[in-house]
Design a protein around this ligand. Sequence first.
Ligand SMILES: C[S@@+](CC[C@H](N)C(=O)[O-])C[C@H]1O[C@@H](n2cnc3c(N)ncnc32)[C@H](O)[C@@H]1O
Length: 327
Amino acid sequence: MEVPCVRAPREDGEAARRELAAADLIDGDFEIVVEDGWLYLPVTDPAAVPGEFDVVDHDVPARETQTLPADQLGFEPSYERLGEAAILDEDDPDRAREIAAALVESDLPVTTVLNKASKVKGQQRVRDWEVLAGDGTEVIHREYGSEFLLDLAEVYFSPRLATERHRVVEQVRAGEHAFDMFAGVGPFAVPMARRGAEVVAVDVNERAIEYLRENARRNDVAGRITAIHGDVRAVAPEWSGWADRVVMNLPHSADEFLDVAVSLAGEECVLHYYDIQHEDDPFGPGTEVIRAAAGEAYEVEVLTERVVRSYAPHELNVCLDVQLTRR
Ligand SMILES: C[S@@+](CC[C@H](N)C(=O)[O-])C[C@H]1O[C@@H](n2cnc3c(N)ncnc32)[C@H](O)[C@@H]1O
């Protein structure tokens, strides 16, 4: 489409663009184009262009614009995406509502906006939410080719751990026995089964286990996952000595369950032990309690010391991958 443009030699183009932008004269509805060594900068008001510039009519394409929340708000809001939901952590209710409206009205595929209304609480690690937009708290999340349905108000879930889960899942071999002691809706269990492992997944939260069964179906691995609702301490005796791999993602109190993890271990077993520790010694305490739990029964070799993320000032969420070999 022919529109008025400032024509500038290509080498002077950036200086011209900056000057025209400062005068708010760039027409953002059209693309800036380069042709034959000239830059064509579409302008909104040719009469207002300073006399030093050459204004011509030129054919330039219309710009495909995407409206983002910041365009409406005038600042970059902070949020996490989980499927079609955006998750906020805002204390100020007016600001939260303003961000929610901008997110929904933007061109982002966001239909639900949830604000954190409490910390994660209790044994089931679930938090309260304020629904600022959308129908509720159930979402569909996709992670490394797996799909998860979950209700944030009923189960624990964090998309921030996706990379870490993938790191663990990539170690899994077809046919191995993997036991997920604190399985949630299955973000370790489902992809481990997709790699061909036989998986036992336990959670004390009944709704999490219902979602895990649904997620196993959605990802075509229901035949390789045994999902059990219950306290893993009560469930474990049936699976004594069964596991080639044990996942312990309950970072605040996994140490209290190390005796259970060791009872599950077969002749050789890899343990993925999640912990929260001070940055001065993030791996020492975990290594010590694992060695104590293994006692004389197993040789302990630390395979990986991994910082997953910062948890709080000076506190780190870490993972120890540990090989247990029966003596
Ligand atoms: C931090 S969440 C991790 C969930 C999942 N692994 C994930 O990455 O999303 C810990 C889970 O352990 C479950 N849990 C806590 N204590 C338990 C126990 N004694 N036995 C079985 N599950 C337990 C909670 O209900 C919660 O779903």
